[in-house]
Design a protein around this ligand. Structure first.
Ligand code: ADP
Length: 590
């Protein structure tokens, strides 16, 4: 901006100085010309006066008289007087020695007179004096009209323009002062204009680097201030828009980061430009560290890479259910969506991975469940059918056999009934058809109730069942659900503990949770089966469970109920030594 100011100042000064010089030159030459003309006219009239005063008759015989008369005249006038004979010889000159002077007949002023002009004039550098002189000459005739010589007056041109020079000098001084004053004002004005412009330049520079905080606060001319205010509005608008964009970006980022779907953006060059945490989780890679790398380098799964490549090549959406093998087997629904710009060119590809492993697993569990249910139901049904058919085929006659068969039929149908009940309960639970009544429940009360329900079976096997309440624990839960959990766990303990065994139930709490353990010193569960016993229809020993009237669904129901109440269950067991199931349930229901 300083440069601009200097340029304006420089240009302005140059123009001013040039015009001043031009003006001075024109004025001086006009004035000088006028002064010369004026003085020339004066010189001419002086010449005529002088010529009329001289007595021409006296000169005819004695040219010395010329000297005398002219000497007298020269005393009163300052101009150079020359008298030239008709032949051109200088007879008298007030400034130079006559003898040294050459013939003056060819002088232009003399020539003009010879050509008939009454006065001949000319200005030139005098060869004799070296001065620039203005000459005026006239003929000098006697009474008879004969030419007896030429009278010439000459005056120094500088002398003639002396006054003009003074005037010009004063004018020049005035001009210089004017220029200086103009310089001061121009400096002030350019500063008043350039400083705000400089400030505006700084603001726009800041805007360029996305700093929207600075504002124009200068005071200059109205138009410049208006421009400054317009820039302020622009900065405010940009600031507002930037805030909005940032807000949207933050929201978008939060949204993407909290999506349950894995999201990855691949740019036009095939480089990863964005990922979300779920994406990292699904592909088992820290893709944040691979931003800027190509997707082929960043990903492991060739199936996934192929799908992205195809989307890029064919510029079309790709959708496929794929199994990822790394870091663990996962079933994912992959979508690769090309993002087009306004001119329909692909700019990005969004890769969406939806982990459907659990969905597929549940679907399999459901199909397996149906197969298992059919299988499980078939066993008692076949038994009932077989025994009934045998009876009908004639076994009825034998009363012993009849009673035994009827007992078996009764047992199998009871089991069938139990199994159907369990299946119905599980499916009702899963469909959330069971609406619990959440209330404050003292766990010890429920445990005692369960003990009463199971007391016959317990007594029959002479099992010792202890319920120890380490602390009176009251929790918020549906009482029937807690009862069902304890019936299944304590019931199993009774079933899988030999006669005269021991079962202990303890009730305790932590800050937020109730802790219930059900231990026995029964058969225990082999290590390899421990992770599977909560699966539906899983039994360690099918025959023994069946014999004991088990359905294989008890622990599945327990697990479902506990997890549905935001709790958890663990198992600690050793074969032939016993098992301990520990349950944690939150004291407050959410
Ligand atoms: P079931 O109706 O067969 O008892 P559960 O789902 O209740 O079905 O139990 C699954 C399997 O876990 C049982 O078949 C049994 O083998 C084993 N089990 C459960 N509780 C115990 C326990 N307290 N001691 C030993 N084994 C147990």
């Amino acid at each position: 901006m300083k440069q601009l100011r200097a340029r304006i100042l420089g240009f302005f000064m140059l123009v001013l100085v040039l015009f001043t010089l031009l003006f001075l030159y024109l004025i001086s030459s006009i004035l000088q010309r006028q002064a010369i003309e004026q003085q020339g006219e004066d010189l001419q009239s002086q010449l005529l006066t002088l010529s009329s005063q001289l007595d021409a008759t006296q000169f005819e015989d004695d040219l010395d008289l010329v000297d005398l008369q002219l000497d007298q005249t020269a005393e009163v006038i300052t101009e150079r007087i020359t008298f030239i004979s008709p032949e051109g010889e200088v007879i008298y000159d007030t400034r130079a020695q006559e003898e040294t002077l050459e013939n003056h007949l060819d002088r232009p002023e003399i020539q003009q007179v010879l050509e008939g002009e009454s006065i001949g004039t000319f200005n030139r550098t005098s060869e004799s004096t070296g001065e620039v002189l203005y000459y005026a000459a006239t003929d000098f005739v006697n009474a008879e009209g004969e030419l007896i010589g030429f009278l010439r007056l000459s005056k120094n041109v500088e002398e003639m323009g002396g006054l003009t020079d003074q005037f010009i000098q004063t004018l020049a001084l005035f001009m210089v002062i004017s220029i200086l004053v103009a310089l001061l004002f121009t400096n002030y004005w350019t500063k008043r204009i350039s400083d705000p412009i400089e400030k505006m330049k700084q603001i726009t520079e800041r805007l360029r680097i996305q700093d929207y905080s600075s504002r124009y606060r200068e005071h200059s001319y109205k138009e410049i201030d208006e421009l400054g205010l317009a820039i302020n509005h622009l900065a405010m608008n940009l600031d507002y828009q930037m805030q909005e964009i940032n807000q949207n970006q933050t929201q978008l980022k939060e949204l993407v980061n909290h999506l349950v779907i894995g999201v990855m953006v691949v740019d036009n060059y095939g480089n990863i430009s964005m990922v979300n945490p779920v994406m990292n989780e699904i592909v088992g890679e820290d893709l944040y560290g691979k931003i800027g790398m190509s997707y082929e380098e960043g990903l492991h799964s060739t199936a996934l890479i192929d799908l992205i490549t195809r989307a890029i090549q064919e510029r079309s959406l790709q959708n496929k259910e794929t199994t990822l093998l790394y870091p663990e087997e996962k079933v994912v629904d992959v979508n690769v969506v090309p993002i087009l710009n306004q001119s329909k060119e692909t700019i990005n590809h969004i890769v969406l991975l939806y982990d459907i492993t659990e969905i597929r697993r549940l679907e399999k569990v459901r199909t397996d469940f149906v197969a298992n249910v059919s299988h499980e139901l078939r066993t008692p049904i076949t038994a009932v059918k077989g025994f009934a058919e045998t009876l009908l085929d004639g076994a009825l006659e034998d009363e012993e056999v009849l009673v035994e068969f009827l007992k078996i039929i009764h047992k199998e149908s009871t089991r069938l009934d139990l199994m159907v009940q369990d299946i119905l309960q599980l499916s009702r639970l899963e469909q959330h058809k069971v609406r619990g009544v959440i209330q404050d429940v003292r766990i010890k009360d429920v445990a005692d109730e369960v003990r009463n329900i199971l007391h016959q079976k317990v007594d029959l096997k002479q099992i010792t069942l202890n319920v120890v309440e380490k602390e009176a624990v009251v929790m918020e839960i549906d009482r029937d659900q807690l009862k069902q959990i304890l019936i299944n766990l304590i019931g199993n303990a009774v079933t899988y503990t030999p006669n005269k065994g021991w079962i202990g139930v303890t009730i305790d709490r932590t800050d937020h949770e109730a802790v219930i353990t059900v231990s026995d010193n029964g058969l225990g569960i082999p290590k390899e089966s421990q992770s599977r016993i909560f699966e539906r229809f899983y039994r360690v020993d099918k025959a023994r469970s069946r014999n004991a009237g088990g359905t294989g669904l008890g622990l599945a129901i327990v697990k479902w109920l506990i997890e549905n109440n935001q709790g958890r269950i663990t198992l600690d067991s050793e074969e032939n030594k016993g098992s301990t199931f520990t349950i944690w349930l939150p004291l407050k229901h959410e």
